[in-house]
Ligand binder design. Sequence first.
Ligand code: HEM
Length: 130
Amino acid sequence: MSQSYDRGTIEDFGRWKEFSAGMWAWIFHKFSGWVLIGYLFTHIAVLSTATQSGTMYTQTIRGLESLAIVRVLEVGLLAVAVFHILNGVRLLFVDLGVGLEAQDKSFYASLVVSAAIVIASVPTFLAGAF
Ligand code: HEM
């Protein structure tokens, strides 16, 4: 039997100080999922330059990679991708009923591991960017 209760308008972002860890996990997962979809379209647009000529593709990649902002955005892309994957796997375990009593801890763990991987990637991603 389903239960209902008056939760108020929790979607009101003016109440962000009241948000629990689970609410932040939900927001970050949605945000990262939709950023990945946005990147996917940009990625296809860049790849499609190869249909014109190999030179155009190479010039496009070189042009983009020469911009410091693109290098920084790549670090951001890695951050949302790693977080989405780690938190996504965590959600799949939750859906299977595994680790239900440690959901906050596993969310924090996915944040910490994501941060560690992203920080470790910085020297590679930003090499020669500035
Ligand atoms: C190993 C890789 C991935 C895993 C494990 C994963 C896992 C998940 C899971 C479990 C959900 C549902 C969350 C829920 O219960 O509400 C989800 C949602 C979603 N994922 Fe992924 N995902 C992965 C990769 C991707 C990629 C590559 C993209 C985009 C190109 C993507 C885009 C999305 C979007 C847009 C949503 C819906 C967000 C919403 O609730 O509005 N995911 N993902």
